[in-house]
Every structure is written in structure tokens, then in C-alpha cells.
Design a protein around this ligand. Structure first.
Ligand code: 3PG
Length: 214
């Protein structure tokens, strides 16, 4: 039997995150910071990047990285609506993530072919995404929503689910999360602190990336 297109899309997403292991959640305030920041992360071995749609500069920043940093694998985060998803696809992102899982967004993602990670914090949200063929989820906000014990509990009824937890994850606890059998990657903003982006501390960010990859 030929797998449904959704299976290919989900497999692509799982392969991408499994290879990445660590995904920086990036908020860019000034477009001109985008390319040096991406180069700093890539230099530290972190190639898979989540550019969040949280600032006016986000779309142009993602476009600049895609055009000028070919080693980077650019995804769009903070996708809240079908329109955000369409924008992510149009600008050439390789994948998209959302903090949540609204019916509209899940339907649009299920109809499209862009690898997509819906955000879930409860069994019902997970079930809504599962019903539309998604098997990889962002567990958000991971630490605040119950941490590793909550994720383990979700693993009981949903043994097939794979997770990329984000929210409250940093250098101190990333390895602990990654040791969970149903966690294929972790995300977080600790790799690109706002103050360091503002100050252009690119070497420091390369160092943070390198440490995370170890
Ligand atoms: C996200 O958007 O995924 C989270 O805000 C990242 O959370 P953190 O800032 O606690 O890493």
C-alpha cells in the first residue's frame, strides 16, 4: 500500500528533527542580524533553525538566511494561522512549527505538504493532531506544563507519539529531555539570547551552539 502523502510529510519532519537534535528558537528584531546570527549557529554545528513570526523583521530575516546561508535548514515558528503557514511555505521554509493545534491550522497543515509540527500540552490537543495524521509534536510549554513527568505520562496512551519539547529548556536540562525515548529533539531560545543578538556577540553564540551539540 502506498503511504498517504501525510505519512511522507511527517516522516520528513521526523528525519529532520532527529538529525537536528537541538533547534534554536530565534526571535530577530533587526533584519541585518539574521545572516550573521545564522552563520554563528552554523559555525557551532547547529544548522536547523526556527525563526519565529514574532517580529516585523521575521519574514525578511528568514528570507535573508535562506538566500545567504545555504547550510542552514530554516523553519518558521510561531505559526498561528493558515495564513502564517502559507507564508512559511511561500518564503521557502523547509518546515513550520506552532505553539498550538487549532482545528483551522491542523486542517491547513494536513492539506499541505510542508512538514509541520503542531504544539500540544494536553491529551486532547494531541488527539486532534493525531486524527489528522501528525505523529510528531512540539510539547509546549514543556517545563511549565509538567516537565518530563508530564511527557512520560502522555507516552502511556500515545506510544507512537514523538516530541520536540520547548519552553524552559536550556543547557542545564537539554540532555535530560533528549534522553527520553519519545523525544527526538529539543528547542529553545537559550542558544541565541536577545542581548547577545543585539550586541552582535556572534562568537559567544557559536560557543553556545557548540556546547549544545556536545
Ligand atoms: C518557544 O517559542 O518555543 C518557546 O518560547 C521557547 O521557550 P524558551 O524561551 O523557554 O526556550
Amino acid at each position: 500500500m502506498t503511504p498517504a502523502p501525510s505519512a511522507f510529510r511527517d516522516e520528513a519532519m521526523i528525519a529532520l528533527l532527529t538529525a537536528a537534535r537541538v533547534v534554536p528558537v530565534i526571535t530577530i528584531e533587526r533584519v541585518e542580524d539574521a545572516v550573521p546570527l545564522a552563520r554563528a549557529l552554523v559555525a557551532g554545528g547547529v544548522r536547523t533553525l526556527e525563526i519565529t513570526l514574532r517580529t516585523a523583521a521575521a519574514v525578511a530575516a528568514a528570507e535573508a538566511i535562506i538566500a545567504q546561508v545555504p547550510e542552514a535548514i530554516v523553519g518558521i515558528g510561531t505559526v498561528l494561522t493558515p495564513m502564517d503557514l502559507a507564508r512559511a511555505k511561500a518564503l521557502g521554509a523547509k518546515f513550520a512549527l506552532s505553539p498550538g493545534a487549532t482545528p483551522d491550522l491542523l486542517d491547513a497543515a494536513a492539506e499541505g505538504d510542508l512538514p509541520f509540527v503542531p504544539g500540544i500540552a494536553t491529551a486532547s490537543e494531541l488527539m486532534a493532531a493525531l486524527a489528522r495524521g501528525f505523529s510528531i509534536y512540539k510539547f509546549f510549554p514543556a517545563q511549565q506544563a509538567g516537565g518530563i513527568p508530564a511527557l512520560r505520562a502522555l507516552g502511556g496512551p500515545f506510544p507512537q507519539a514523538r516530541f520536540c519539547p520547548t519552553g524552559g529548556i536550556g543547557e542545564a536540562n537539554a540532555a535530560e529531555w533528549l534522553a527520553e525515548p519519545n523525544v527526538i529533539a529539543v528547542g529553545g531560545s537559550w542558544l541565541c539570547p536577545t542581548a547577545d543578538i543585539r550586541a552582535g556577540n556572534w562568537d559567544k553564540i557559536t560557543g553556545l551552539a557548540r556546547r549544545a551539540m556536545q
